[in-house]
Design a protein around this ligand. Structure first.
Ligand SMILES: [Fe+2]
Length: 338
C-alpha cells in the first residue's frame, strides 16, 4: 500500500512537472514549406522551445479553432491569406499581439487592423508575358487582361485557387461588382485553355507557346529560376514580369500571416517564435529559400527578386479581402470560370 502510494505520488509529480515545464508552442498552419521546418528547428535549438505543428487547409483549421474555443489546443494560427486571419479575428478567436518589438518592425499597412495578426512573408500576384510572342502592347492593369486583343492568349489557373479568389476580391473591393463581373467574364473569354495546373504550369505553358500571358504569384518565378530542372529555368527566362496597376492602387499582394489564439496556453512562447520569424536574419532567409518577400523594414530583396522590378503594392485591399471573398467565388461561377 505504502509502495503504491509512493508510486502514485511520483507519477503525479512527474505529470505536474511535464505540465508546468512544457516548453512548447503549438501551431495550426496552412504552410507546407521546407523553409518553415528548418527555421522552427533553429528556433528550438536556440530557445529549447518545441514547435508542434498541425498542417491543414485554412478553413479546416478555422473550424478546429472554433470548436476548441473554450479550451484552445493551438497557440498560433498561420495562413497564406490575410482574409483567413480576418475571419478568425471576426469570430473572436484571436488575441491582440501587444508586442512593440515585433509590430515596430513591420509597416503598419501590412498588419491586421485590430493588431491581432502580423504578416510573416508577402507575395505579389503578377502578369507574365512571353518575351518572344506577346508583342509590344502589353497589359499594365489586371483589367487589361479582359481586353479583346488577348482572346485565346491567356493562361490562368482555376477559380478554386485562393490566389485567384483573393485577386478578384481585391478587384471587387476597389472597382465594384459590375467591373469585377465584367473582368471575370472577359478573362474567361480570353483563356487559351480551360484552367488547369498551378501557377508554375501557367508560366511553363507560356514558355511552351500555349499562350502569351499568364498570372502567377511572384515566388513561383523564383522557384522556377532556382529549379534543378533546366526546362524550368528556361521557362522563367522566357517570360517578362509586369506588376499591374502601378498608376493606381498597386499590384495585388497577399501575406502569409500569424495570429495569436485567444486563450493560448503558451502565449509567451508564441510571441518568442514570432519575434524569431520576423528577425532580419530569418526574413532574409525566407527570401533566399522561398522567394517570398520579407515583411520587415530594412531587408533588401534578393537579386532575383530585384530583377522582377520594384513595385507599388496594394496594401489597402489586403484588409478588404475577407469581406469580398464569398462574392468573388459567386462571380467566378457566374462567369463560368472553372
Ligand atoms: Fe503557393
Amino acid at each position: 500500500m505504502k509502495q503504491t502510494l509512493q508510486l502514485l505520488t511520483i507519477g503525479l509529480w512527474l505529470a505536474l512537472c511535464s505540465f508546468t515545464s512544457a516548453k512548447e508552442v503549438r501551431l495550426y498552419t496552412q504552410r507546407h514549406y521546407t523553409a518553415d521546418k528548418q527555421f522552427f528547428a533553429q528556433f528550438t535549438k536556440d530557445t529549447g522551445i518545441e514547435v508542434k505543428v498541425i498542417k491543414a487547409g485554412a478553413n479546416e483549421l478555422l473550424a478546429r479553432l472554433k470548436a476548441e474555443k473554450a479550451a484552445p489546443q493551438a497557440d498560433l494560427y498561420i495562413t497564406t491569406d490575410a482574409a483567413a486571419l480576418d475571419r478568425a479575428d471576426a469570430a473572436g478567436l484571436l488575441d491582440k499581439l501587444n508586442s512593440e518589438t515585433i509590430q515596430s518592425r513591420i509597416p503598419e499597412g501590412l498588419q491586421g487592423r485590430n493588431s491581432t495578426w502580423i504578416p510573416i512573408t508577402m507575395r505579389g500576384r503578377v502578369i507574365i508575358y512571353s518575351k518572344k510572342r506577346a508583342g509590344k502592347d502589353l497589359p499594365t492593369t489586371y483589367q487589361d487582361l479582359a481586353a479583346r486583343q488577348w482572346k485565346g492568349r491567356i493562361l490562368i489557373r482555376s477559380s478554386s485557387s485562393v490566389y485567384n479568389q483573393s485577386l478578384l476580391a481585391s478587384i471587387l473591393a476597389t472597382e465594384g461588382r459590375p467591373a469585377a463581373l465584367a473582368w471575370a467574364r472577359g478573362v474567361k473569354n480570353n483563356m487559351a485553355r480551360p484552367p488547369q495546373g498551378g501557377d508554375r504550369d501557367q508560366v511553363r505553358g507560356v514558355a511552351q507557346g500555349l499562350g502569351e500571358l499568364a498570372v502567377t504569384n511572384t515566388y513561383y518565378l523564383g522557384l522556377l529560376e532556382q529549379s534543378d530542372d533546366p526546362k524550368d529555368r528556361a521557362a522563367r527566362a522566357a517570360v517578362g514580369v509586369i506588376f499591374p496597376n502601378q498608376q493606381d492602387r498597386g499590384a495585388h499582394v497577399n501575406v502569409s500571416a500569424a495570429g495569436i489564439v485567444k486563450g493560448a496556453k503558451n502565449r509567451l512562447h508564441a510571441i518568442a517564435l514570432l519575434e524569431f520569424l520576423t528577425s532580419k536574419e530569418v526574413q532574409a532567409g525566407y527570401q533566399k529559400m522561398t522567394s517570398e518577400f520579407a515583411v520587415v523594414k530594412g531587408v533588401e530583396p534578393e537579386p532575383l527578386q530585384k530583377n522582377w522590378g520594384s513595385f507599388k503594392a496594394d496594401y489597402a485591399s489586403l484588409h478588404k479581402l475577407a469581406g469580398h471573398h464569398e462574392e468573388a467565388v459567386k462571380i467566378f461561377d457566374l462567369a463560368g470560370w472553372k
